[in-house]
Structure formats: C-alpha cells, structure tokens
Design a protein around this ligand. Structure first.
Ligand SMILES: [Zn+2]
Length: 425
C-alpha cells in the first residue's frame, strides 16, 4: 500500500512505469497496481524529478520597477538600481515577494533553488528575510542561501565582516564577485580569501565569476588553482563565466582542463547573459554565453541557472526552468536531440548534483517530482507545457487540469494539443 501512485507516466529515460510514494520518499518504481491512498493518472505524460535552479536572486525577485526601471539594460546600472532599492526595502516586503515567487515555483515544479543573498548591508536585512523564507518553505522546497558580497568583498568596506556574520547566522554557501573588485589583483585576492573561508568552515563555494565581456577577466583561472590548493574540489561552482565567450581560443584550451581538474561546476544563466552581455558592442554583438558544449566535452558539470525574475537586471521571467533551458539550447546551439535531452538534464539532475541534493527517480530518493503535459524531455522543451501535477517531498502541492485548445475548424479535430510523435531513431 502506497500513499500515492503516479500511474503509467513516461520517465525522462523513456521507460514507462508507475512511481509509488510512501511518506516523503519514492518507495518503488515499476508495475505497481493501484493500491494507494491516491492514484494520479499520468499515462502518456512525462514524469520527471522536480526542476532545480542553482543560481537565483530571491532577495531581489519581483521588484522590477522599484524604485525605477533599468534604462540602459546593463549589469552595472542594475547593480546601482539594486543599491537604491536596498535603501528603501523592508524585511517584510522582501520576504513577501520571495514567498510569492516560491508559489510560482511550486506551480512550475521548481522545488530546489540556490539563491545568492546580498550581504552588503550592515543590517543584513536580506539575510534575515531569506533565512525566514528558507524556514517557511522547507517542507516542500530546498532553498540554499549563498552569502553574496554584491558590491565587492573589498570594494565595500564592511562586506567581508558582513559575509562572515551571514555565515554565522546559518547561510549555507560562500559567495563572491571577483570581477567587480576595484582591480584584477583585488579580485584574485578575494578569490584566495573566500576559498580559505569556505575550506575553514567546510562549506560549498559559488562565485559570480567573470560576468563581463572583457576577455582578460580571468578570475576563473585563479579560482581553479585556489580550489585545488584548499581542497574544495567537487563543492565549488562558478556562475556566468561570460568572459570565456570572448577569450582567446589558445588560452581557453589551457583553461578548460584546469577547471575540469578542479572539479568546478559551471552555471551559465542564458536568459540573463543574452540580455546583459554585449551591451557595449555595436555590430557584431556578442552573445556573452560561456562555452557550454566545450566544457561538457571535458567532463565539466554544467547546469543552466535562471538568475533573475522581474528584478533590476531582468524585466521578464516565469519560474519555468524549461524557459531557461530553451533559451540556453538556442544560444549554445544545442539543437541535436541528444543535446536537447542534455539540456533537460541540466535543469534537473545536473543542477541537483551542483546543489548536492538527495535527488532522482529511484527507490529511496526524496519524492519530489512533476507531471508534464508532454511525451518526453525534448517535447517538454519545445512546448514548455502545463505542469499537471507537482509532488514535493511526497505531498501534492500543485495541480492543473489539462487544457487543450478547442478548435472550430470544419472537418478538423475538435481539440489540439500540439504533441508530435518523432520518427523512431
Ligand atoms: Zn546572479
């Protein structure tokens, strides 16, 4: 007897199977009958482990237009604008916006998020708000907090002390932003310093790294060397890495094996990179996306991050990780079926690996999964379809009725769903 059976769905690897759930765990996968407190019919639908976002800013989300919009559309104006917003924000307003975003996430099957929390505020209001949100959503969402010195670990006079205070308060991950320090030398020093802090405290580390079109922004090289020196292999991540788009190819041929050796995961954020990078270019305009396929070819873990939804840096966003992967596969030209399946994995299993989650469709794993109105992962990317049912730690947290369009065309079918069977391979 199960608490819940998800019946007859297609798993991402193509198997058709029932998923049986007891408590907050997957108890069995196979042909399971219907002995359960509740049976959710999923025949013909994709049943996937829940979506995961390894790079987000929940302290800023849903603040677009406060106190004004980003007129230039650049990263640097966004940072200035965020500074203005920090002057007027309250803990309550920030937590309320974050919780509203978490509701969106639940409805989209996004059940684990790593969020960078700005610590460049002596009051640490963002940290206070996000710790409260993490506690409120813990029954259904895994929320990891990164201590993020937005204005520079050294450029902001109290950032380093505030970062340490934030870690003392229970923030999970050490963050950094070396390309925003005053000089390359300060950036490199911040990388060394932060790696030592993470190693001393036994914490993961996750930088905003080289988020610039400047091909000479090479902090990732220092980061890889410091991760090796301080023994952080396997628990280090680097967000953005957009400078790598513009780097000299010979230099990259030395850099990528170093990143692989250091076990640093890369987190490009395609929606944001394509919007913020290349803003100083006339034509041709660079895309600013890092070298995704080239890193994967060397065994480097690469996940897609969302980064922003309706905040000083980005005027759109939906909490849908399929939107993120859809933009990523276009900009990185990952349109082969195998590459598209990889893109689906990047917003599920690979992002979960980056966050170190207990995850997956297997017996004993946490039962956090999503039923999609699509036949397979590639179709899910093409349609970015409704989430028919979202199960978080064994509980149904969101449901949506199938909603086919009703056609009024003579001699044509009464409804249309835009599903399409691909020819066998
Ligand atoms: Zn970010």
């Amino acid at each position: 007897m199960f608490d819940l059976i998800v019946k007859g769905g297609t798993l991402p690897d193509g198997r058709v199977a029932d998923v049986g759930i007891r408590g907050d765990r997957i108890a069995a996968i196979g042909a399971l009958g219907t002995e359960a407190g509740r049976v959710i019919e999923a025949t013909g639908d994709l049943v996937s482990p829940a979506f995961v976002d390894p790079h987000f800013h929940m302290d800023a989300t849903l603040s677009y237009g406060l106190p004004r919009v980003n007129a230039s559309g650049t990263l640097l104006e966004g940072i200035r604008l965020w500074g203005e917003l920090k002057e007027i924000v309250t803990v309550e307003a920030m937590a309320e916006r974050a919780l509203a975003y978490c509701d969106w996430a639940a409805s989209m099957g996004l059940l684990a998020v790593r969020t960078h929390v700005d610590v460049c505020d002596d009051r640490l209001l963002g940290v206070e708000a996000m710790l409260a949100v993490r506690e409120k959503v813990k029954g259904w969402m895994d929320l990891q907090l990164v201590a993020f010195p937005q204005d520079g670990l050294y450029r902001d006079p109290t950032a380093r002390a505030n970062l340490l205070r934030a870690l003392d308060m229970g923030v999970d991950v050490v963050g950094g932003i070396p390309h925003f320090e005053r000089t390359m030398a300060d950036g490199a020093a911040s990388v060394r310093d932060l790696c030592e802090i993470a190693a001393d405290r036994g914490l993961p580390i996750d930088f905003h790294c080289d988020e610039t079109d400047d091909p000479l922004s090479r902090h990732i090289e220092t980061y890889a060397a410091e991760v090796l020196r301080t023994g952080l292999q396997g628990r280090a991540a680097a967000g953005h890495l957009t400078s790598m788009h513009s780097m000299d190819n010979y230099y990259v041929s030395k850099l990528l094996p170093l990143i692989a050796e250091a076990g640093i995961a890369a987190i490009p954020n395609p929606l944001i990179n394509i919007v913020l990078q290349g803003r100083h270019d006339s034509f041709p305009k660079r895309r600013g996306l890092t070298r995704v396929k080239e890193m994967q070819a060397l065994g480097i873990t690469v996940g897609w991050g969302q980064d922003c939804v309706l905040d000083p840096w980005y005027s759109l966003g939906t909490a849908d990780m399929l939107d993120v992967a859809f933009m990523g596969l276009h900009v990185a030209q990952m349109t082969h079926p195998d590459e598209m399946r990889r893109c689906f994995d990047m917003v599920t299993a690979e992002n979960a690996k980056i966050m170190g989650l207990d995850y997956g469709l297997r017996e004993g794993a946490v039962a956090s999964l999503v039923v999609l109105d699509a036949g397979n992962p590639v179709e899910a990317l093409r349609l970015r379809p409704d989430r028919l049912c979202v199960i978080a730690k064994g509980q149904v947290v969101s449901e949506k009725a199938r909603n086919d369009a009703r056609l009024g065309l003579p001699g044509r079918p009464a409804t249309v769903r835009r599903r399409h069977e691909l020819p066998p391979r």
